[in-house]
Write a protein that binds this ligand. Structure first.
Ligand code: IMP
Length: 176
């Protein structure tokens, strides 16, 4: 059990399980992108730890870049996506893999992906650590997902509660 700000969280997904799932996703990417040089867009802030672990397992050579978007306040999505740092590489004719921490409503990814197509990307795929399938509100296709989880608020392994809790190696779920 950990306390972050005003909330208690209990351990749900230990680091050993996360590492195994991250490796599985990396193996799928290694098969699909063998010999290719995709642009991997790590979505800040939440995906920093996932992306850092994921890229170490890759056997192809990605170009790793970062973008920052924000749609959450506290424990719920605002439904409005702000792009705070954009992608500044030319994605024309490139394969793009967007690396996200969690797909919840899907609104963030759904709003972000068209820009890569309109800039001429050859392909655009979503690679997320986590997905809450029952929360999806838009017709988003998630191509790679390390773990599907139920609808509960979680922190750790890059994910935060009001900016805190990102540093935990394990993932915790809010208790109330
Ligand atoms: P979506 O647009 O509703 O899919 O929300 C995606 C973003 O919401 C993620 O990138 C996270 O930053 C945040 N988010 C969604 N669920 C959680 C959660 O349980 N804990 C922490 N952040 C979350």
């Amino acid at each position: 059990m950990v306390k972050i700000l005003d909330r208690n969280f209990e351990l749900s997904y230990p680091k050993e399980l996360i590492a195994e799932r991250v490796k599985n996703v990396a193996e799928r990417l290694n098969q699909d992108y063998e010999g290719k040089n995709p642009v991997m867009v790590c979505i800040l802030n939440g995906a920093f730890m996932f992306a850092a672990d994921l890229v170490r397992y890759l056997t192809f050579q990605p170009e790793v870049v970062f973008a920052k978007v924000s749609s959450y306040e506290g424990m719920s999505s605002t439904g409005c996506v702000k792009e705070l740092i954009g992608v500044n590489v030319d994605v024309r004719a490139r394969d793009v893999i967007v690396v996200e921490d969690i797909v919840d409503t899907g609104v963030t990814m759904y709003n972000l992906l068209p820009q890569f197509f309109s800039k001429g990307a050859a392909s655009v795929k979503v690679c997320t650590l986590l997905q809450k399938p029952e929360c999806l509100t838009v017709p988003l296709k998630v191509d790679y997902c390390a773990m599907e989880i139920p609808n509960a608020f979680i922190v750790g392994y890059g994910l935060d509660y009001n900016g805190m809790g990102r540093n935990y190696g394990d993932i915790y779920t809010v208790t109330e």
